[in-house]
Ligand binder design. Structure first.
Ligand code: DAH
Length: 339
């Protein structure tokens, strides 16, 4: 019996030595000490042992059990320790490694220019409002004095969702939406995206940004318009900047004008930027047409106003001396990083 026990213990110890993982130890425990384990089987067969030998044999089995339990515990601790060491090794941080650089994003040049324009007008008491990019034909054309079949609709062709809905071609419809609300007086600017059926080139894009301006109050005159835009140009391009109003035509303003500023680069002498003329065109404007006021429910005999529309990209390109509009839309980080 002693021999048999010794053999069992040795076999178990042998298996423990070659165990490769914690689970294998468990299997060994079950195989030798479990309910159907080899040592347990021996205890069960005690009835075949002579009664006087039973205490001795019982003692031997128990000793063997204790040895196995101790060895198993030892082996388990060994595994736990090894696992812990491996984990620590895996999780160590090498504090001597160079840190990974964090790249901070920043505002797009268009947004930097827009914030500058907003700052100037908010400083003059204007509110910044927004309108929808998908617009009704009524707001984009009709209510701006551009009836069906007006040639201006041809110049501003766009994507039509259906015969009433389109991608707005200008921010001017926001004028109508604000006037319709009837809260007078009005002093607002409305920046946003507009869409036209244009081919992409250095100065055109089918999607670009405008900033609309509108002032409606009693006794607003063309002098207010001139003073406002002259101040705007000075704040944007420098104190020396002069403005020039050239007569023009827009269906929703009368009279209308296009505004040029003295070239910020050469101061008006003529250079590459102003194509030698000394002047750079920056916006369209005029006195709001009485028809437009009437259609929006404002009495043109009581109220007058002026409006203007600025191309944001134009301002951005001028301010940052960028000579191709496509650069603004390519999202090339090497370009954008410069502003
Ligand atoms: N909406 C015009 C355009 O896209 C720009 C414009 C001109 C807006 C004169 C105005 C304005 O408000 O008074 O060409």
């Amino acid at each position: 019996m002693q021999e048999k026990l010794k053999a069992i213990v040795n076999e178990a110890l042998e298996k423990m030595k070659s165990a490769e993982k914690l689970d294998s130890l468990n299997d060994i425990k079950v195989a030798y000490l479990g309910k159907k384990g080899e040592l347990t089987e021996i205890l069960k067969s005690m009835k075949e042992v002579a009664p006087e030998d039973r205490p001795k044999v019982g003692q031997m089995v128990n000793d063997a059990r204790t040895v196995l339990e101790e060895k198993l515990e030892e082996a388990r601790q060994g595994f736990v320790q090894k696992i812990k060491e491996e984990q620590i090794k895996r999780e160590t941080i090498d504090v001597t490694l160079p840190a990974r650089k964090k790249f901070m994003g920043h505002r797009h040049p268009n947004n930097i220019a827009l914030e500058e324009v907003e700052r100037i007008f908010v400083g003059m008491g204007y509110e910044v409002v927004e309108g929808p990019e998908i617009e009704y034909d009524y707001y984009n054309f009709e209510a701006l004095n551009i009836p069906a079949n007006h040639p201006a609709k041809d110049e501003q062709d766009t994507f039509y969702v259906n015969s009433n809905l389109l991608l707005r071609t200008q921010t001017s419809p926001v004028q109508v939406r604000v006037m319709e609300q009837g809260n007078l007086p009005i002093r607002m600017i409305a920046p946003g995206r507009v869409f036209r059926s244009d081919e992409v080139d250095a100065t055109h894009s089918p999607c670009f940004n405008q900033i609309e301006g509108l002032v409606i109050d009693k006794n607003i005159t063309f002098a207010d318009l001139k003073g406002t835009l002259a101040e705007f140009a000075k704040q944007l391009f420098g104190e020396e900047t002069k403005v020039k109003f050239r007569p023009h035509h827009f269906p929703f303003t009368e009279p209308s004008a296009e505004v040029d500023v003295t070239c910020f680069k050469c101061g008006g002498k003529g250079c590459r930027f102003c194509k030698g003329s000394g002047w750079i065109e920056i916006l369209g404007c005029g006195m709001v047409h009485p028809n437009v006021l009437k259609m929006s429910g404002i009495d043109p005999d009581e109220y007058t106003g002026f409006a203007f529309g600025v191309g944001l990209e134009r301002i951005t390109l001028l301010k940052y001396e960028i000579d191709d509009m496509r650069l603004l839309y390519e999202n090339d980080i090497r370009f954008l990083k410069q502003f």
